[in-house]
Design a protein around this ligand. Structure first.
Ligand SMILES: Cc1ncc(COP(=O)(O)O)c(C=O)c1O
Length: 428
């Protein structure tokens, strides 16, 4: 049961904003609850409209790796804002930001700042199509790459299904050049390339999926994407909007030692402000306007306040922080696994670095069809039990939970006890 202040705000919001929210999953519909309205956040905690405190494992859907309202980030943002919030002209900050991104992501030789992950993936694919002169884009079922028309497509069953739009309002023609196959299905990928490799402009992949819950790649999957792209003259794109600076400072490409042709970044690199980026090989990025014929632009791209938040965050990502995140995340993973066992709940916990999902499904979950075997009704009951106990997890089975450096071992132990109680309640 949501607090009365949130409930009233939600009623007002629903009059004017579709579903009462500015991004659908915030509505808590898939867990059968109502959203808590947030009044402020600090460190590992969110505070609801009625003042109730929640330990936060959503972290604004990924960005808040340092915890909320980190003093250095707040200082950077306020001093940048005092100098003016937007100029629409280049700044030294943007140069420093690009230098930092390229330092952390050696596969990126040139990059462009944009304002959201959606823009980053859309623009990366436009650049890939421009560079190859080809149209077909391959994506994997269950991967989310933002809400551009041609990326809102998932497959029916079968090895390689031609795109069918997933959302009303997307013309079939916009989705017609998108081909979707199952995540982690290496044979299907090989088959697709041998049939249509000469038409493929790009393969875009979440190198660890967060958007069907946390699903790691099987050994060889990412390697195969890169090598097939190389062989057939297509462009490999790692969409590290979620995994970037999350599973390691240099994202999944650092963990795997792989170098995709292009990379999309967002979330953490913006430190909680609207900032994202796409980039990659110089030969591809030189096609982007004004250097080349691929047009892409943005009034607020590289905004000084956003870039300041991003830089302040990136500058604090050191080895000690990732060691701490690993220790805390492993503690949560083990605690949740034990809670599943003790309550005899069929489930599994999947984790890569500081992102994790407890699936209500024995697993292992390797693909979207595996993820869909989860008991989402039980997940919804568990989630409501967690909210009632001050534990704020993503309100969907098909999302990843995120750890921040502001969490403590005591926070996690409290969360694990609450999780066990909520599991007992959910199975009753
Ligand atoms: C992997 C991935 N790509 C792209 C996006 C889209 O980013 P944004 O919501 O900033 O448009 C998301 C958002 O969650 C994401 O997780």
């Amino acid at each position: 049961m949501t607090d009365p202040i949130s409930r009233k705000l939600f009623q007002r919001a629903q009059e004017l904003i579709p579903g009462g929210v500015n991004s659908p999953v915030r509505a808590f519909r898939s867990v059968g609850g109502e959203p808590v309205f947030i009044s402020r956040a600090e460190g590992a905690y969110l505070f609801g409209a009625d003042g109730a405190k929640y330990t936060d494992y959503v972290g604004s859907w990924g960005p808040m790796i340092l915890g909320h309202a980190h003093p250095d980030v707040i200082k950077a943002v306020t001093s940048a804002a005092a100098n003016g919030t937007s100029y629409g002209a280049p700044t030294e900050l943007e140069v420093r930001f690009a230098e930092k991104v390229v330092e952390l992501y050696p596969s990126i030789e040139m990059m462009r700042a944009v304002s959201s992950g959606t823009e980053a993936t859309m623009a990366a694919i436009r650049a890939a199509r421009g560079a190859t002169g080809r149209d077909v884009v391959v994506k994997f079922e269950g991967c989310y790459h933002g809400h551009a028309d041609f990326l809102l497509v998932k497959a029916g069953s079968g090895a390689a299904t031609l795109g069918v739009p997933d959302s009303a309002g997307v013309p079939a023609s916009a989705a017609g050049n998108t081909t979707t196959i199952a995540y982690n299905d290496i044979p299907a990928l090989r088959e697709l390339f041998s049939a249509r490799g000469h038409r493929i402009a790009a393969v875009i992949v979440e190198p660890v999926v967060g958007n069907m819950g946390c699903v790691p790649p099987v050994p060889g999957f990412l390697e195969e994407i890169i090598s097939l792209c190389q062989k057939h003259g297509a462009i490999s794109i790692f969409d590290e909007v979620m995994t970037g600076c999350r599973v390691a400072r240099g994202g999944m490409q650092e963990r795997s030692g792989l170098k995709p042709d292009m990379t999309c970044l967002g979330k953490i690199i913006g430190g909680g402000m609207p900032l994202a980026a796409y980039g990659g090989k110089r030969a591809i990025m030189q096609n982007v306007a004004p250097l080349g014929p691929v047009y892409q632009a943005g009034t607020l791209s590289g905004n000084p306040v956003a870039v300041s938040a991003g830089l302040a965050t990136l500058e604090r990502l050191d080895a000690a922080l990732y060691e701490k995140l690993e220790r805390l995340s492993a503690r949560l993973e083990q605690g949740l696994r034990t809670a599943l066992e003790r309550t005899k709940t069929p489930g599994c916990v999947q984790r890569v670095g500081a992102m994790l999902t407890m699936f209500f499904n024995e697993g292992p979950v390797r693909s979207w069809s595996d993820a869909q075997k989860s008991d989402t009704a039980r997940f919804g009951r568990w989630h409501r039990g967690m909210i009632a106990r001050g534990q704020y997890f993503p309100p969907s089975q098909y999302e990843a939970a995120f750890m921040s450096a502001a969490h403590t071992e005591a926070d996690i132990d409290t969360t694990v006890s609450a999780a066990e109680e909520a599991l007992r309640e959910a199975s009753a």
